[in-house]
Design a protein around this ligand. Structure first.
Ligand code: SAH
Length: 258
């Protein structure tokens, strides 16, 4: 059997009604709406195979994707939504070996996405001013095995950043107040991404960005609509997440002209 389930693995148990449960394989039992799963009994089974609860209800043993972890993660703040995450990673050009600042870390969703992207040779420096969010982010990142790539600092970013980096991701309620700190912490040609939920915030960010020699200032919004996957009645779901945040991007130049 190739790569069977082991103790300590993360598992997504998916029932035929679409409900799913995310857990770590260990001694113990998990109560579901379809009966109890004996967690240790999954050890040795193949990923993708079918199991049953004590009442005989079938579920599939799947490897959780990172997106499953994000949707089910413990959070106490707003998080960056998966629909925006991928684009931000591309616009920040975060990849193996890069250094990135994440501020504030909040629940750690975007921090985890950045940590996955920088790989084992890169580094994420995360800033958070509230102890309880720092702890929550650490708990989430540890569970996903990413803490070795991340350093979380309990620090208000108004004091500035301690390092210079290739990219900065800024997600705080008043981002316009930290544009100088971001400019100073970016390497020449480095990439900045800022998310804000309202256009008022975007306007203030743009005003502040214009005081520094940034290039390629862009404002984006991503609209995603999911469809019911029924071949003979193909149509969108009735409800959608209509708005998450605006994304502002900019690139640092050294061209001071004033
Ligand atoms: N991007 C995060 C969510 C960030 S929520 C995620 O995907 O999970 C915004 C966070 O910024 C909050 O935790 C808040 O405490 C922190 N924050 C706000 N202002 C800050 C500042 N000036 N310095 C450091 N952290 C700050």
């Amino acid at each position: 059997m190739v790569n069977p389930v082991r103790l300590g693995d993360r598992i997504l148990a998916v029932f035929e009604d679409g409900r799913s449960f995310l857990f770590t394989v260990q001694e113990g039992k998990l109560q579901t709406h379809h009966g109890v799963i004996d967690l240790a009994s999954l050890v040795g089974k193949s990923y993708g195979s079918v199991c049953e609860t004590h009442t005989g209800k079938r579920f599939y043993i799947m490897k959780p994707r990172f997106v499953d972890e994000i949707y089910k993660m413990k959070r106490q703040t707003q998080i960056v939504y998966p629909k925006d995450m991928g684009f931000i990673l591309l616009m920040l050009d975060v990849h193996e070996g890069r250094t990135v600042i994440d501020a504030g870390v909040g629940s750690g969703a975007m921090c985890a996405a950045l940590a996955r992207a920088v790989g084992t040779t890169g580094k994420v420096y995360a800033y958070e001013r509230r102890e309880e969010f720092k702890r929550l982010a650490e708990e989430n990142l540890k569970k996903w095995g990413l803490m070795d790539r991340v350093e979380i600092k309990l620090k208000d970013i108004s004091e500035g950043f301690d390092e210079t980096v290739d990219a900065i991701f800024l997600d705080v309620p008043d981002p316009w107040n930290y544009i100088r700190q971001c400019y100073e912490a970016l390497n020449g040609s480095g990439n900045l991404a800022i998310v804000c939920p309202t256009t008022n915030q975007v306007q203030r960010v743009l005003e502040e960005l214009s005081k520094f020699p940034f290039l390629n200032v862009e404002v984006w919004e991503s609209l995603f609509r999911q469809y019911k996957p029924v071949a003979e009645r193909l149509r969108p779901f009735d409800r959608m997440i209509a708005h998450t945040a605006y994304m502002v991007f900019a690139r640092k130049t050294m061209d001071w002209r004033d």
